[in-house]
Write a protein that binds this ligand. Structure first.
Ligand SMILES: [Zn+2]
Ligand SMILES: [Zn+2]
Length: 426
């Protein structure tokens, strides 16, 4: 029973027979803890502290530093059914964040984590501690007035409390925690909708919200739920300024540790090895490592599809309107990856100069952009024809035509989804 991978399996096992049930009854506590360990892994003590911490017993606006040591990680008390549910829920969040971390920092070719068990432990232990910290100093604990508060004395008290909480951890585990914060930060930075001034406030909403923002490709999903005044355009939120960085600075100084650099990668302190760190683009040999594009990360390709229409077509409104409709389902969506994959298969059939461009290879941004620009418009022409569209007469200048940009009548009555047969018109 202690080997059951989750509680559903344990439950079914117990229900198999009376004998099995009696076995469980002899050691319910140790079996439950063992199964919890199977789900959460070696970071179980940290995971338990997140759900057991008596948040309501501590007011972060007073000077009491005792929350730093309250409800310690080595609490061995029995795990209740209610706790099991919360553990599974948080574990799901941490596991999904590990997949993203792995894709961004460990191996660009796999959508699921390939971290070693040691690396995974470091990552998860740090992530649960960040979860705890964000709950302890969550923005939802304060009133609107308190969030905007500029009272240096109170701010100082809160910062001391934050420092005290993090100061409980040994230096190496704190460095790991710092790297995981860098990773969460990079999630928000990767969302083009993020105003960088908000990042500390966004971080304070906790790892589960960073995951939601990543999945939704926008931080607005958090904003809608959390409704902090800190998201208002003009307002500062001094309460969240230096949310992690100020306590870290205090601790590095006090412990005489060299502080991590601003541009230290999120892999530092967590990973023993990065796969493909020195890989180059399969077409132009540009070094790219983890930044190269592969099937596993195509769905995060940063350029809007309509901007990849060839040359002047992208400014032909007659075309772009129907293009937007045809590709709306690909915008900020996981469907973009498979779409690009299909485009590789499509390309095989039409352009001999792209022979040898395999969908399984890695590409730099420039090369993948060029590939998309050369094929997307042809794909779109075929799509329209398949949908019953009869192209009007080809314009001589094809995708290169400038008249299509500013003469709507010309754009509507001539086909520009074709290659030029005459040179650039004046
Ligand atoms: Zn390249
Ligand atoms: Zn034209």
């Amino acid at each position: 029973m202690t080997f059951c991978p989750n509680f559903d399996t344990l439950q079914s096992t117990i229900l198999v027979s009376k004998t099995f049930h009696r076995v469980f009854q002899t050691r319910p506590k140790s079996i439950t803890r063992a199964v919890a360990g199977n789900i959460v892994g070696p970071a179980l003590p940290q995971a338990l502290r997140v759900i057991r911490f008596p948040y309501d017993d501590y007011d972060t606006l007073d000077g009491d530093l005792s929350m730093a040591t309250a409800c310690p990680e080595d609490d061995k008390s029995v795990i209740t059914a209610e706790e099991v549910e919360k553990l599974e829920e948080n574990c799901q969040v941490v596991a999904e964040l590990e997949d993203i971390y792995s894709l961004m920092n460990k191996d660009r070719t796999s959508k699921t984590s390939v971290l070693t068990s040691e690396e995974s432990w470091r990552f998860r232990r740090a992530m649960y501690r960040i979860m705890l910290y964000c709950n302890q100093f969550s923005g939802t604990r304060y009133t609107e007035e308190e969030i905007e508060l500029n009272d240096e004395e109170i701010l100082d008290k809160i910062r001391k409390q934050r420092t005290a909480v993090l100061n409980e951890y040994p230096t190496d585990e704190l460095q790991q925690l710092h790297s995981v914060v860098q990773f969460l930060r990079s999630i928000f930075i990767s969302l083009s909708t993020t105003d960088l001034d908000f990042i500390d406030s966004l971080l304070s909403t906790g790892p589960a919200n960073a995951l939601r923002a990543w999945q939704d490709r926008s931080y607005e999903v958090i904003q809608d739920d959390v409704e902090f005044t800190m998201f208002d355009d003009e307002d500062d939120a001094p309460l969240f300024e230096g949310y992690f960085s100020l306590p870290f600075e205090n601790i590095w100084t006090e412990r005489k540790v060299t502080p991590p650099k601003e541009d230290d990668p999120a892999s530092k302190w967590i990973l023993d090895q990065v796969n493909g760190a020195n890989d180059t683009c399969s077409q132009c040999a540009t070094p790219g490592g983890l930044k190269l594009y592969t099937e596993a990360n195509w769905d995060r390709f940063p350029i809007i599809l309509a901007n990849l229409l060839k040359k002047n077509i992208k400014r032909n409104q007659s075309i772009t309107q129907s293009f937007f409709t045809a590709t709306a389902h690909l915008v900020a969506s996981d469907a973009l990856g498979p779409f690009i994959g299909d485009l590789f298969d499509f390309a095989l059939k039409i352009k001999p100069e792209f022979d040898g461009w395999e969908r399984t290879d890695s590409y730099c941004l420039t090369c993948l952009t060029r590939f998309l620009e050369e094929h997307l418009w042809i794909w779109f022409r075929e799509e329209r024809i398949k949908g019953g569209w009869t192209p009007p007469e080809d314009c001589w200048y094809g995708w290169n035509c400038r008249t299509q940009i500013h003469k709507r009548y010309h754009a509507d009555t001539k086909n520009h989804l074709c290659a030029p047969i005459k040179g650039d018109p004046a």
